[in-house]
Design a protein around this ligand. Structure first.
Ligand SMILES: *[C@@H]1O[C@H](CO)[C@@H](O)[C@H](O)[C@H]1NC(C)=O
Ligand SMILES: *[C@@H]1O[C@H](CO)[C@@H](O)[C@H](O)[C@H]1NC(C)=O
Ligand SMILES: *[C@@H]1O[C@H](CO)[C@@H](O)[C@H](O)[C@H]1NC(C)=O
Ligand SMILES: *[C@@H]1O[C@H](CO)[C@@H](O)[C@H](O)[C@H]1NC(C)=O
Ligand SMILES: *[C@@H]1O[C@H](CO)[C@@H](O)[C@H](O)[C@H]1NC(C)=O
Ligand SMILES: *[C@@H]1O[C@H](CO)[C@@H](O)[C@H](O)[C@H]1NC(C)=O
Length: 474
């Protein structure tokens, strides 16, 4: 018994060591499910693994034992390995491309080596089992046989492993392309005009797109859970918004704070989350116009907000204290025409996810239902719009994660996220993810892709929630 456990332990360590960085199986209901949550202070990420249904339901004592063992092993490995996920998520937002590739490559190579070694070991183990089985009809053989059955249950993880190898190949290709482009750039300097700039430019763009897509695939996921809230501070009125900039450079941890939903144009800047929590030491920025609602967002050093009593969106640059762009969001209702259910001129809600800047609003054309538009953060022009069938006025709040819009069912009392609209597939589904509404009045709820957290303003309290995303590699 003891030695069997040890054997299993070794085996599972080998098998699971590298997998949690990337993955869920392609058919979640049959296979293993891997969830990861926001990182802790050291940038690590906690993750949970759910075993396949047949294992969960089994009442067999041995199976239970195996599960306990699995949980122990998985948990520790997962925790360590999910550093990779978090790094990848951060890179495209904060660093330049060659750095990104380098880090991605380092991590992938390291993990790939692990995977390859593991494969060898699995094969070795399988052979060993076979030998023992063929050799004797002894008690030991029967024990080994039972382990082998357990091993069969782990089969669903093999395709996951394959997906991982495919990603490593992608990284190798990126690297080669970058080397090629760099070389081209070098020779371009020497023989100006000798190369087609347009073509070169196209290649760099294409490369960047593919890299971004690859990273997105590794880091993004579907929302499956929201943690209990953590109260960061208690201040301000019932309504307001607060946030950090998901594109802020490393070391810039400033917190932005806007009390109220109208009649105010002062944005507070705190130096750090710690300052925000512990002091009332802030700098004030006076906006050229008062804002409307609580849908503002700080993105790449600028605040984007809805000018009061209009459907004008303003981009205000904090470093120059100037409006850098202003544009009307055509057809968007305003002035409490299509507010969220709590009211407060919350007609236009701006937000940011892994894919960029978004506006959530409603139009007469769409019968007061939510319209979702992706905006160019520089020109504020609409890149693309999606029309949903969800009435804006019966939505509590809405936020975007990985290109999916999530809508809550209300702002007071028991709250849950119950509607999800995917821009990728232009389809919606009803879901049921509880959201603890600790202070009974939610007037702002937004996702920050850097922290992988939800920022909320709950009745004069500023709270954070971790989110759990489920990663699927096709
Ligand atoms: C999110 O998870 C991390 C890691 O477990 C933890 O340190 C942090 O306090 C959590 N934050 C919230 C808001 O729950
Ligand atoms: C990108 O990062 C690399 C590595 O740190 C650095 O050498 C390079 O100058 C950076 N390029 C730009 C455009 O910032
Ligand atoms: C890079 O250049 C080499 C030599 O010109 C070529 O064989 C290779 O296909 C190129 N790689 C990519 C990914 O374009
Ligand atoms: C307040 O913040 C400023 C910088 O923003 C700092 O120089 C000053 O020491 C802080 N004061 C207190 C009391 O923390
Ligand atoms: C962020 O701003 C910098 C300069 O202010 C700009 O170069 C960069 O492209 C911006 N990033 C994004 C994603 O808009
Ligand atoms: C978009 O949806 C298609 C089909 O449902 C899926 O194959 C693809 O992986 C999705 N892409 C992203 C980025 O989620």
């Amino acid at each position: 018994m003891e030695s069997e456990d040890n054997l299993l332990n070794v085996f599972l360590l080998l098998l699971f060591g590298s997998l949690f960085t990337t993955v869920g199986p392609s058919a979640p209901e049959e296979g293993w499910q891997v969830y990861s949550s926001a990182q802790d202070s050291e940038g690590r990420c906690v993750c949970t693994v759910v075993a396949p249904q047949q294992t969960v339901c089994s009442r067999d004592a041995r199976t239970k034992q195996l599960r306990q063992l699995l949980e122990k092993v998985l948990y520790s490995n997962c925790y360590y390995n999910n550093m990779l996920l978090m790094d990848i998520l951060l890179i495209p937002l904060s660093r330049n491309m060659s750095q990104s590739i380098e880090v991605l490559d380092q991590r992938t190579q390291r993990d790939l080596q692990f995977v390859e070694k593991m494969e060898e070991q699995v094969k070795g183990l399988e052979n060993k089992f076979k030998q023992v089985e063929d050799g004797h009809e002894s008690n030991i053989a029967r024990q080994y046989k039972s382990i082998k059955v357990k091993m069969e249950e782990l089969r669903p993880l093999i395709p996951v492993l394959e997906a991982y190898k495919a990603d490593a190949l992608l990284v190798r290709q990126f690297k080669e392309e970058v080397a090629n482009v760099t070389e081209l750039l070098g020779s371009l300097q020497e023989q100006m005009g000798g190369l087609d700039y347009q073509e070169l430019h196209g290649r760099v763009m294409n490369l960047e797109d593919r890299l971004r897509a690859c990273m997105q695939r590794l880091a993004c996921g579907k929302l499956t859970g929201i943690s209990e809230p953590v109260t960061i501070k208690s201040s301000g009125s019932r309504f307001g918004s607060w946030m950090t900039d998901p594109l802020a450079p490393t070391g810039d941890n400033r917190v932005w704070y806007m009390d109220g939903y109208h009649n105010n144009r002062f944005v507070r800047e705190y130096q750090s989350m710690y300052d925000f929590m512990t002091t009332d030491n802030f700098t004030s920025h006076r906006l050229p116009h008062p804002w409307s609602g609580t849908g503002q967002v700080v993105y790449n050093g600028s605040i984007y907000f809805n000018k009061f009593q209009s459907h004008t969106i303003i981009k205000f640059d904090f470093s120059t204290s100037l409006i850098s762009r202003s544009r009307q969001l055509d057809f968007a209702g305003y002035n409490n025409m299509y507010h969220y259910s709590w009211g407060g001129h919350s007609d236009i809600d701006l937000m940011v996810d892994e894919g960029g800047l978004w506006a959530v609003y409603a139009t007469n054309q769409n019968a007061g239902n939510i319209v979702l538009s992706q905006l160019n953060p520089n020109s504020l022009q609409i890149i693309r719009s999606w029309t949903t069938n969800h009435p804006k006025r019966s939505a509590g709040e809405a936020f975007m994660i990985c290109g999916t819009l999530y809508v809550t069912n209300g702002y007071s009392g028991g709250t849950k996220v119950y509607y999800a609209y995917s821009t990728n597939s232009s389809t919606y589904e009803y879901i049921d993810i509880p959201l603890t509404n600790k202070y009974s009045h939610l007037s702002m709820l937004d996702y920050n892709p850097r922290d992988r957290a939800l920022y909320a303003w709950n009745n004069g309290h500023q709270v954070l929630y971790n989110v759990t995303l489920y990663h699927i590699i096709q």
